[in-house]
Design a protein around this ligand. Structure first.
Ligand SMILES: [Zn+2]
Ligand SMILES: [Zn+2]
Ligand SMILES: [Zn+2]
Length: 340
């Protein structure tokens, strides 16, 4: 009878089955994952480097001096860090900005679409084509989150909009079609089912409020108003959640100090992730309250896209992952201790 050659450290039993390290977990959201640790999923041991971008600044729609190639600007952060209304229609858009918001040139939703009413906006967080989000300083993170909160406040004024989806696809493997780092906001007349489910949970005793004392959710950062944790049943290898300690509905409920604190926590996790996993493609997803609603506990999911979802994941809303959250928590905590 043939036996597979076990890798160093992983002993195979005589029955050719891997050691009994696999574990099926289901969390309070009903998400199930089978953790099937394998050595191949270990992060690499080389110095991380930012992958080279294929496009250059001259041909990039999102770079300074190409402002005329995007739809007319909605808002910007000037060089002095102040939020600015767009220039009057017809007058040129200057290149003096630190962050910029404009409508998506290929919108999924628009106020002119009778059957898909909504808005689809792009936030460009930095004029620097070569930078990743994790390379922005703390002020850059405050500008980014501040702009998102301002857009949500603007969307709240339109009663036909019920929800604004906010997400970031970093690198092509996470779905980014343009390499210049950016975030998208999609406002629509529907509350996504995922959010409705979480809203229902928040109505009784909010499970997100209990996360700070739930040892199954492994804390990576817990010294401020925002916790960063490796979730109990991660949908992706090295997934991290950022959750406010207090029951807080959305970004619109944060003052400037809280925005800065949230930015600091998200920045730490992205720095650790990019250093430990060598700038992986990832999705960063905001689960915030429906527009104008106040009973919700917002949270951010940061999901590296190292493996690919296949039939098991696509068809059954269950995941197979090879990295235990314990590994992620230790990896990131150690890195953050060495690189504060
Ligand atoms: Zn660019
Ligand atoms: Zn809560
Ligand atoms: Zn959620």
């Amino acid at each position: 009878m043939m036996h597979y050659q076990a890798g160093s450290g992983d002993s195979m039993s005589d029955s050719s089955l891997p050691a009994d390290k696999h574990e099926l977990r289901t969390d309070f959201l009903g998400r199930s994952v089978v953790l099937a640790p394998s050595r191949s999923a270990r992060p690499h041991d080389f110095e991380p480097h930012v992958p080279a971008k294929k496009s250059d600044a001259a041909s990039c729609y999102f770079c300074p001096r190409n402002e005329h190639t995007t739809p007319p600007e909605i808002e910007r952060v000037g060089l002095d860090g102040a939020f600015r209304a767009p220039p009057a229609r017809g007058s040129p858009q200057t290149s003096e900005w630190r962050a910029r918001v404009f409508p998506n040139a290929y919108p999924a939703f628009s106020k002119t679409f009778s059957k898909a009413y909504g808005v689809h906006e792009v936030v460009v967080e930095t004029p620097d084509h070569s930078k990743t989000l994790s390379q922005l300083d703390e002020a850059g993170f405050s500008r980014w989150l501040g702009l998102l909160a301002r857009r949500l406040r603007a969307h709240e004024k339109d009663r036909k909009l019920k929800y604004t989806v906010i997400f970031k696809n970093e690198w092509a493997a996470a779905g980014a079609s343009l390499e210049h780092t950016h975030t998208q906001l999609v406002g629509m007349g529907l509350v996504p089912a995922t959010i409705k489910r979480e809203q229902k949970l928040c109505k009784s005793s909010c499970p997100f409020c209990l996360l700070s004392v739930d040892d199954k959710f492994l804390k990576i950062i817990e010294d401020g108003p925002f916790l960063a944790m490796a979730p109990y049943a991660p949908r992706f290898n090295h997934e991290v959640w950022v959750v406010p300690r207090a029951h807080t509905a959305s970004l619109v409920d944060l003052d400037e100090t809280a925005i800065t604190a949230l930015g600091r926590t998200v920045r730490s996790i992205l720095r650790a992730q990019d250093a430990c996993l060598n700038y992986p493609a990832y999705n960063l997803i905001f689960h915030v309250a429906p527009l104008r609603e106040k009973n919700f506990h917002f949270h951010i999911e940061i999901c590296p896209r190292i493996g690919q979802w296949a039939g098991f994941e696509m068809g059954f809303d269950m995941q197979m992952n090879s990295v235990r959250p314990e590994e992620t928590a230790t990896l990131y905590k150690d890195w953050l201790r060495a690189n504060p």
